[in-house]
Design a protein around this ligand. Structure first.
Ligand code: ADP
Ligand code: TMP
Length: 234
């Protein structure tokens, strides 16, 4: 596999061409941002852990019938994926109230939602990723109705699968963000699944084991990422 031209330098990952036109190489960095890019820092070793955890989650999902862009992990920080036509949406699923939902609905952090909630955000740095509903998405032609239905179906399946898998490791899945892309008329799960884009709490102590430790300056950031890797893969 030849690592080709840099196609895109993101906030947490870089994306390179490969010698296969249908595949890309994703390089996981230690860079972390929060507050719409206002806060920047380095989480030592994060790229290595997020690459391993994403590989782990994508494989677990595949075993349970959920397809993703994942092809193979080829290095500590490098993963080969199928090249997709990305949909400019962030699909968030929530089980327990945290983060922006606390402010938006005035609910207490940690409140169990009676049903999982799905939300869509427009992936636009300039606009600060505003929340959209289905009508905005169709009006902006970001996705068709059947694509939205497919994404929602996969998002809820991922929620059930990951929630059960994590519960067995004494971790509650509070919420998470997914991204999708198109390939041959199908909508496919993409990007990463890691403590950067999920909230994980210890089931007993409710200790935060995710990027909120960085966002909220709680300390023990690297340790939280290591703990998640240990619980899931060791
Ligand atoms: P951001 O763009 O928010 O700074 P990252 O640093 O994570 O995010 O950059 C990774 C980029 O790669 C994202 O824009 C994401 O949408 C894109 N991406 C993820 N998976 C694929 C894929 N399979 N094909 C094409 N692009 C992808
Ligand atoms: P929120 O509570 O800040 O809206 O975040 C909900 C979930 O989505 C949480 O697990 C973190 C994740 N997320 C991202 O991965 N990227 C983002 O840009 C935002 C705002 C949230």
């Amino acid at each position: 596999m030849i690592k080709g031209e840099l196609l895109y330098e993101g906030k947490a990952k870089s994306v390179f061409r490969t010698d296969n036109p249908g595949e890309l190489l994703i390089y996981f960095k230690d860079d972390a941002t929060a507050l719409n890019g206002e806060k920047h820092g380095i989480i030592e070793g994060k790229g290595i852990i997020n690459n391993k955890l994403s590989e782990f989650f994508f494989k677990q999902l595949k075993d349970r019938g959920v397809k993703s862009h994942f092809v193979e992990k080829i290095g500590e920080r490098e993963m080969i994926v199928k090249k997709l036509d990305m949909i400019k949406l962030e699909v968030v699923v929530r089980n327990i109230v945290a983060g922006s939902l606390v402010k938006r609905l005035g609910l207490e952090e940690g409140t169990q939602l009676p049903v999982p909630v799905v939300e869509y955000y427009y992936k636009s740095d300039e606009l600060g990723d505003p929340m959209l509903n289905r009508y905005h998405i169709m009006a902006l032609d970001l996705a068709k109705i059947d694509e939205l239905n497919q994404m929602e179906h996969v998002a809820f399946s991922v929620n059930t699968i990951l929630r059960d898998l994590l519960r067995a490791k004494n971790v509650d899945l509070i919420d998470f963000k997914l991204e999708f892309g198109r390939l041959d008329g199908e909508v496919i799960l993409a990007d990463e699944i890691s403590p950067d884009n999920c909230r994980f709490w210890d089931t007993v102590t409710h200790e935060k084991l995710d990027k909120d430790r960085f966002r909220q300056d709680l300390g023990g950031v690297e340790e939280a990422y290591q703990e998640m890797l240990k619980r899931l893969t060791l």
